[in-house]
Design a binder for this molecule. Structure first.
Ligand SMILES: NC(=O)c1ccc[n+]([C@@H]2O[C@H](COP(=O)([O-])OP(=O)(O)OC[C@H]3O[C@@H](n4cnc5c(N)ncnc54)[C@H](O)[C@@H]3O)[C@@H](O)[C@H]2O)c1
Ligand SMILES: [Zn+2]
Length: 357
């Protein structure tokens, strides 16, 4: 029996898609697969708006497939489970982040690092199969990639943790920047950056925000609890902070110089890049040699660590600072995100505002 997109994906769905690199999002009817034995089907309640969604719809990374339905900070309520599903039941609250599949048999998958599996399937714009993300009415996904939502964690302001949260939490753990009393810098106070401050503070780490924008100082210190604030263009301030940091988490989404950041590190300090600008960084050897410094990267986190992160967040009452928006505000939200005009994450109120046409 031949298969067609209709037989493989017979369940009608509705969402918002970008059709080309203008990135403009508009309503779309599409379809999803039936609930398989190991699948969890859920109604989407909330979906965060990550800067990666913006990079993707605009084809900044030159890998866009259209129509593209973005969204990988997805929280919902389970409506159907396959016969073999053990993790959740109908009515449970669940989350899905950036991953919906991986080979499940390679070394990386065996080490709970599905994010580094060469055959992993991203939640949308996957290069392996067609996937559509959370700017949509419902999702279906293998239970391995489902996060069980902690009872006391808010659904709307918790949603951004599924990408922004795990993306900063994982490198803190892996690079050992999680020890009480350490001093860690956070560059770029946006969606990722502001939750980085919250996680580091919960771990007992001293945090300095490094930003281009002095206007964010008051909020960074009083609302997010940062210990100090450096304006990256202020030379005397930057000079006074040279060799003071054990690590830096760099969340900046656009081109920026790394050398001033490397100079802020103590010997053996680590600069971790999580932001994904398109232009290559300039990275001279000398500032690394003198001080045995390290520049590394990190991509989201595996499923086990994402579950651990979300439980850590619930325990420490960590949520994102959000602006809740209706679906039809998304194009304005994307324009504002491009201008860094959001404190600090847009979250779409999908269930109350996405109406099928
Ligand atoms: N590594 C990963 O797994 C991963 C996961 C999610 C997002 N990302 C990437 O991280 C980056 C940040 O994502 P976000 O959602 O936090 O974005 P955001 O827009 O909310 O925050 C980015 C911050 O960078 C600042 N910034 C922008 N241009 C700057 C410049 N030239 N110099 C200094 N600061 C500048 C902005 O003011 C803003 O505070 C994006 O590139 C995104 O694609 C990576
Ligand atoms: Zn993201």
């Amino acid at each position: 029996m031949g298969s067609s997109p209709e037989t493989e994906h017979p369940v009608k769905a509705f969402g918002y898609a970008a059709r080309d690199s203008s990135g403009v999002l508009s309503p779309i009817n599409f379809s999803r697969r039936e609930t398989g034995d190991e699948d969890v089907r859920f109604k989407v309640l909330y979906c965060g708006v990550c800067h990666s969604d913006l990079h993707s719809i605009k084809n900044d990374w030159l890998n866009a497939k259209y129509p593209m339905i973005p969204g990988h900070e997805i929280v919902g309520v389970v409506t159907e489970v396959g016969s073999k599903v053990k993790k959740v039941k109908v009515g449970d609250k669940v989350g899905v982040g950036c991953l919906v599949g991986s080979c499940r048999s390679c070394d990386q998958c065996g080490a709970d690092q599905e994010q580094y599996c060469s055959k992993n399937v991203m939640t949308y714009n996957s290069s392996i199969v067609i996937t559509y993300g959370g700017y949509s009415d419902h999702m279906v996904c293998n239970e391995h990639f489902i996060i069980s939502w902690p009872k006391d964690l808010p659904l709307d302001s918790g949603a951004p943790l599924l990408c922004a949260g795990i993306t900063v939490y994982s490198p803190m753990r892996y690079y050992g920047l999680d020890k009480p009393g350490m001093h860690v810098g956070v560059v770029g106070l946006g969606g990722l950056g502001h939750v980085a401050v919250l996680f580091l503070k919960a771990l007992g780490v001293k945090v300095t925000v490094i930003s281009t924008n002095l206007k964010k100082k008051e909020e960074a210190m009083s609302k997010l609890g940062a210990d100090s604030f450096l304006v990256s263009s202020d030379q005397p301030q930057m000079q006074a902070a040279v060799s003071t940091m054990d690590g830096i988490i760099d969340t900046v989404s656009a081109d920026h110089p790394l050398i001033p950041l490397i100079s802020l590190l103590k010997p053996n300090g680590k600069l971790v890049l999580v932001g994904a600008p398109t232009k290559p960084h300039e990275l001279p050897a000398f500032p690394l040699l003198f001080g045995r410094k390290l520049v590394g990267g990190s991509l989201i986190g595996g499923m086990k660590e994402t579950q651990e992160m979300i439980e850590f967040a619930a325990k420490h009452k960590i949520t994102a600072a959000i602006e809740l928006i209706p679906m039809d505000y998304i194009n304005t939200a994307m324009e504002r995100l491009q201008k860094s005009d959001v404190r600090y994450r847009f979250v779409i109120d999908i269930a109350n505002s996405l109406k099928s046409t």
